[in-house]
Design a protein around this ligand. Structure first.
Ligand code: SAM
Ligand code: MD0
Ligand code: SF4
Length: 372
């Protein structure tokens, strides 16, 4: 008992000195199950967040532009073989309008997410031309940095998206255990999914990596994923608890304890104290926001404008049309936690600062991640 507490305090002190935590340390932290010990972990995570970001939180608008997908991920509601999921493909004017609404409401970034829509991946290349044009238009309309989450796309297209004004490329490995990856993302190549993120980084894009919690991973697998995120120098790192989806092979699986995701958020903050870590509204909606902030997250993601017929990913409808995934709702929760929204300029300072060393050899980045 005493020994465990001593071990915890030693690891937390090491984290406060921002020394590298070992895999063993990470596995130990992930396995904590006593409320008072988890609270100590959260307190350390919050104090590291304060050191690097003070009380300022970044806010990301989210637009799921197409729910068609050529893939069959076993955890995903929008997998191609799920006849229960309603499909839509939004046209450019609707997307630009939704982006405008999000920008007016005060978000710092627009995340354009989509399934690997067969209409994008057609052989003529016309699908990707439309995507490049969309990124340029949303950038021009809002002046905000843009994140693209299109799945695995050809490197040539990524270069064009970067040139059109994308600042971020998000693509989540889900797990760094190859066997588990094969079960979660059948017919998809582990190395290709990893490599495209390195390429994105090399071309000056900021990158987001992510893991799924509650899909059969061990604590060692989670530690391995966090080490992978550290090694690839990801700019934003996330974890999302698995949400069982009707009509999928994993629909009967029990969802993991909400505390699990929060614990992993806190561990990520200890390992990567100066990075962006999302509190997503896409798992437990607004009700789950405070827990994630209390664990050390510093970005609220999946803010969706109501009235536009837009879906979420893990929670395709929760809180959206009720207007509970809006800035107004989020700000109230931030206030209760003694936090506030950062200014747009503060977000630019962070993104362009992160690009710093790459920036010297690549003038594109500042254009895409700063103000227009
Ligand atoms: N189609 C692209 C792709 O898969 O990279 C973009 C969509 S991606 C942002 C969707 C992400 O949401 C997945 O990578 C996964 O991490 C998360 N997600 C999807 N279904 C989920 C579920 N049932 N529970 C929790 N997270 C889920
Ligand atoms: C989110 N629903 O932030 C979004 C999505 C994709 N870049 C992000 C998973 O939770
Ligand atoms: Fe398609 Fe992405 Fe869902 Fe996989 S996670 S089925 S790639 S939308």
């Amino acid at each position: 008992m005493k020994k465990n507490l001593h071990k915890l305090e030693t690891i937390l002190a090491k984290a406060m000195r921002e020394e590298k935590l070992s895999k063993k340390d990470i596995v130990f932290l992930i396995g904590l199950n006593k409320a008072d010990q988890i609270n100590k972990l959260f307190a350390t995570a919050k104090s590291l967040r304060r050191r690097h970001f003070n009380n300022k939180i970044f806010l990301y608008g989210f637009i799921y532009t197409s729910t068609y997908c050529r893939n069959d991920c076993t955890f995903c509601f929008f997998r191609r073989s799920n006849s229960e999921s309603q499909r839509y493909r939004k046209a450019k004017p609707e997307i630009v309008l939704a982006a405008r609404k999000l920008a007016d409401s005060g978000v710092h970034l627009i995340d354009l997410t989509m399934g690997e829509d067969p209409s994008l991946f057609n052989s003529s290349g016309a699908g990707f031309d439309r995507l490049v044009d969309l990124v340029a238009s949303v950038r021009q309309e809002t002046g905000l940095p843009i994140m693209i989450s299109p799945g695995v796309i050809p490197q040539k297209i990524l270069t064009r998206l970067a040139a059109a004004g994308a600042c971020w490329y998000a693509c989540y490995q889900e797990t760094h255990n190859r066997t588990l990856f094969g079960q979660l993302r059948p017919e998809q190549d582990y190395d290709t999914r990893l490599e495209i993120k390195r390429e994105a980084r090399n071309m000056g894009l900021l990158i987001e990596e992510g893991l799924l919690c509650g899909v059969g991973e061990t604590p060692e697998d989670i530690a391995q994923s966090i080490a992978g995120m550290q090694e690839m120098n990801a700019d934003q790192v996330r974890v999302m608890n698995f949400v069982p989806q009707p009509g999928t092979p994993m629909e009967k699986r029990l969802p993991p304890d909400p505390q699990k995701e929060a614990t992993i958020i806190a561990v990520m903050r200890l390992v990567l104290p100066n990075r962006l870590i999302p509190a997503s509204l896409d798992v437990d909606g607004l009700a789950g926001l405070r827990r994630r902030l209390d664990a050390g997250a510093n970005v609220v993601t999946s803010i969706v404008p109501p009235g536009q017929g837009l879906a979420g990913v893990a929670q395709h409808s929760l809180d959206i049309e009720e207007g509970r995934r809006t800035i107004a709702s989020v700000l109230k929760v931030l206030e209760t936690a003694g936090l506030r929204s950062a200014g747009v300029e503060e977000y630019y300072t962070w993104t362009t600062g992160r690009q710093g060393p790459i920036q010297a050899s690549n003038p594109r980045g500042k254009m895409a991640c700063g103000s227009v």
